[in-house]
Design a protein around this ligand. Structure first.
Ligand SMILES: C[S@@+](CC[C@H](N)C(=O)[O-])C[C@H]1O[C@@H](n2cnc3c(N)ncnc32)[C@H](O)[C@@H]1O
Length: 260
């Protein structure tokens, strides 16, 4: 708990994007902050370190596809991507170009893209968890997707500038202590005019359960939208997992384009 009336930029925590990250030690994430007169009460939580997250996701890998199936994410990702491709029209970059999936997990999002894409694409995928990557490799190759897998951190992507037509990430930004660092990297490797798609766990009762287990950021849709906008993306807008009540309550997808 802290009281510090001088920090006017942290008046409320209704919106993570209003928070001054510089005030937080490197390893903590903001959970709650409110002003009571001249008193500010705030709660921060230690984020899981990358080695600890790696260990936990390695452990979760064998059951990950089953968990996402139960929640309805394969269909929700597919419907969301179908809608994005429809709305962006023939102008959609990436469908016959290079795609990057950041924090690929077992590859559920990329497999959904393969189901809706009218043309094959060249996929790169990165994750910190070797066990997740193993499963992603099997599942994607079985689905006919040509994938190059790398173990690594989304905060230091091992790819060149302006390399990808489409960069996607699902439920990863909320794990990163400062999501702006990961976003800066993801936008760096995206080509000018390229499409960016991110799904994040939203601030909700279900999202609180994720936070309790994984120490994740609790982002509102508005905060996610602002983070994308502040990282240099344009035409940023949030969508909704309309066809799945669970996914809609749990997550929010947002899209944007890198400026030309
Ligand atoms: C909630 S899972 C989502 C997996 C997949 N995108 C999906 O939608 O099923 C988060 C994934 O991000 C990975 N991850 C977490 N932090 C990461 C980081 N800093 N760099 C790369 N991958 C990370 C985890 O290992 C895990 O596979």
């Amino acid at each position: 708990m802290t009281s510090s009336p001088g920090l006017t930029q942290r008046r409320t925590m209704t919106d993570l994007a209003d928070v001054s990250y510089s005030r937080y030690p490197d390893e903590t994430i903001p959970v709650f902050a409110r002003w009571f007169g001249s008193w500010q009460v705030s709660v921060e939580r230690r984020a899981l370190s990358v080695p600890e997250l790696t260990r936990r996701y390695d452990q979760a890998a064998p059951g990950w596809n089953h968990t996402l199936d139960r929640l309805g994410f394969p269909d929700a990702y597919e419907a969301m991507l179908r809608r994005v491709l429809h709305e962006e029209g023939s102008d959609t970059p990436g469908l016959d170009g290079r795609v990057l999936d950041c924090g690929v997990g077992t590859g559920v999002l990329s497999r959904a893209l393969a189901r809706v894409s009218p043309t094959p694409f060249e996929l790169d995928a990165i994750d910190i968890s070797p066990r997740m990557l193993e499963r992603a490799g099997h599942g994607l190759r079985a689905a006919g997707v040509d994938v190059a897998l790398r173990q690594g951190d989304v905060c230091a992507l091992p790819y060149g500038d302006n390399a990808f037509d489409l960069v996607m990430t699902a439920h990863v930004l909320e794990h990163v202590v400062d999501p702006r660092v990961a976003l800066t990297e993801m936008v760096r490797v995206l080509k000018p005019g390229g499409l960016f798609i991110a799904s994040t766990t939203r601030r909700s009762v279900l999202g609180m359960m994720i936070h309790l287990k994984w120490h994740t950021h609790r982002l509102t849709a508005h905060a996610a939208e602002r983070l994308l906008h502040d990282s240099g993306l344009r035409n940023v807008r949030c969508l909704s997992f309309d066809d799945s009540p669970v996914c809609r309550r749990l997550s929010v997808p947002c899209i944007g384009r890198k400026a030309l």
